[in-house]
Design a protein around this ligand. Structure first.
Ligand SMILES: [Zn+2]
Length: 230
């Protein structure tokens, strides 16, 4: 790292940590983001440290999805140490913020995946209106109710469940083609839950990730990103 960059990064890191110890996590976040931005990717130890403290500040503000995004990057850069330990304590088997129980973990994984699929098809990757968002969320919730009532999850691990979640196709009405006033009523939902068993050749969540991180696949390259991370 160039001397100038090093001084700038160290300055923002120190300032961020000072703000944290003075119980000003929002100011700490601003400084720590500047520290992260000023460290070149090649300086992995320094970057990991800044990302770790950024995640601590985000956790203080209860910004869990963003904290986990930051921690996931921190522990990737430095495989042993506090960042990995905090990351593993904070995530569930999907690599998302851990919820109070595993049914909620499943629910969040499903809804985040489905919303991400929906938004990926849109040009700006975001909802155009509250009505659209509301209708899409309702359809996703309906599909979740059907899917969870079918009791197909018992004994499955995260990757097997994700396989079912991904195969669940929801048909959405075409928003935007009609004015809000004539918004479609009686929207169609068609969830194909697949008749066959989940693909058993699929990588199991508990298997080590192929990238060599030493982490389970479901918590590494196969993790489900929270919408706040997108
Ligand atoms: Zn991986």
């Amino acid at each position: 790292m160039e001397k100038q960059e090093k001084t700038t990064a160290a300055y923002f890191l120190r300032r961020g940590m000072r703000e944290l110890s003075n119980h000003r996590p929002d100011q700490a976040i601003a400084s720590l983001r500047q520290a992260v931005d000023s460290i070149p990717p090649s300086c992995s130890d320094e970057l990991s440290q800044a990302l770790y403290w950024l995640s601590v500040a985000l956790l203080r503000l209860d910004e869990r999805p963003l904290a986990i995004k930051s921690l996931a990057s921190a522990q990737k850069l430095r495989r042993r140490g506090y960042a990995r330990r905090l990351y593993l304590r904070s995530v569930n088997e999907y690599g998302m913020p851990r919820q109070a129980d595993s049914a909620l973990d499943d629910f969040y994984a499903f809804t985040n995946l489905q919303i991400a699929y929906y938004l990926a098809r849109k040009s700006k990757s975001r909802f155009d209106s509250f009505q659209e968002k509301d209708a899409v969320l309702r359809l996703i919730l309906d599909a979740w109710k059907q899917l969870s009532a079918s009791d197909r999850f018992s004994g499955l691990d995260a990757c097997e469940k994700l396989d079912i979640f991904r195969k669940t196709k929801i048909l959405y009405p075409s928003f935007g083609l009609s004015s809000p006033r004539s918004a479609p009523r009686g929207v169609i939902v068609k969830a194909s839950f697949g008749l066959s068993n989940p693909d058993t050749s699929l990588k199991r969540a508990a298997d080590r990730c192929l990238c060599g991180s030493g982490l389970p696949y479901g918590q590494c390259c196969g993790r489900v990103k929270h919408l706040r991370e997108l």
